[in-house]
Design a protein around this ligand. Sequence first.
Ligand SMILES: [Zn+2]
Length: 221
Amino acid sequence: MDYIEERTKIVEFGKKLIEERLSTGTGGNLSIYVPEDKVMLISPSGINYKETKLEDVVVMDLDGNVKEGIRKPSSEFAMHSIFYKNDPEVRSVVHCHSDFATAMACLNKDIPPLDYVIGDIGKTIKCTKYQIYGSPEIAEEAYETMGRDKGILPANHGSLAIGKSIEAAMGISKEIEFICKIFTYASAVGKPVILNDEQMDAVIEKFGTYGQPQKSTNHGA
Ligand SMILES: [Zn+2]
């Protein structure tokens, strides 16, 4: 079996999705890109993360052809491959069905910068226009909305994060969930004060990561 290291990470981080309450059951999906071979390793469709084994991970090319695997790949493979096709810095994509991100994605609105940590993701967390799951359209919409950011909310459908490693993409997923949670809490008791453009520019400058290859650690407070 090839790609043992990548398969191990897909299995390990799939379990983390459940343990860290970023998804439940078989919701969400994750992938790692191997640029030398132009293939991605992606979680299988419909298999519980706790039961996923190394051989269940699917190896695909970027046109959606299965190169190695006994399982059906995640139905959202196009929402992963579109980033690998177009952005040479992206090595991992993580899609979550976490509670607060999904709730906010149902508002079909961008999340404003109410906490400086958002600077790891972008100036806001943008929400896409709605497209049905598992379609080329949701992939296109996600890619266009992402721009130079590291995470977005696909409308009515959880969160999507990219990174130069699965650790970085998972870190962004956690930060999206954190920002969506505090936005919910703050909005429930008042009107959150939103950081202005100048304040966000200063945060991003201090982080030194916007539009740059990500460091493996995130700035989660
Ligand atoms: Zn999904």
